[in-house]
Design a protein around this ligand. Sequence first.
Ligand SMILES: [Zn+2]
Length: 112
Amino acid sequence: MTLYYYCSSQSCKKTNSIKVKSNNRYDLKCEIGIEINERCKHCGNHTKRHINRLHAEPNNFIIIAGVIAAILFSVLFWDLGFLTTLSGTVPIAIWMSENKKASNFNKVLIRD
Ligand SMILES: [Zn+2]
């Protein structure tokens, strides 16, 4: 999952992303600790953030990959009409599960 935070530099405030393995903040605390200390990719400023202030967004790359896979699948198995319908639901399912993962992450805050 990809998490986002805003650069603490007043002149920058750009969004930065960090890749993590955890799907919730409790796991994240074990993985990276109670706060992040990341260098901004845009201005190089170091930002310290409590992990409660990170937010997750659905991984668009996975969703796009799902759509592309579905299109390829539909083209390859064009003759089998029912499979085309089936493959159309796959990207939707992926999109929904990515959204759910992100909103579950954002909902749960840790207490110190
Ligand atoms: Zn910055």
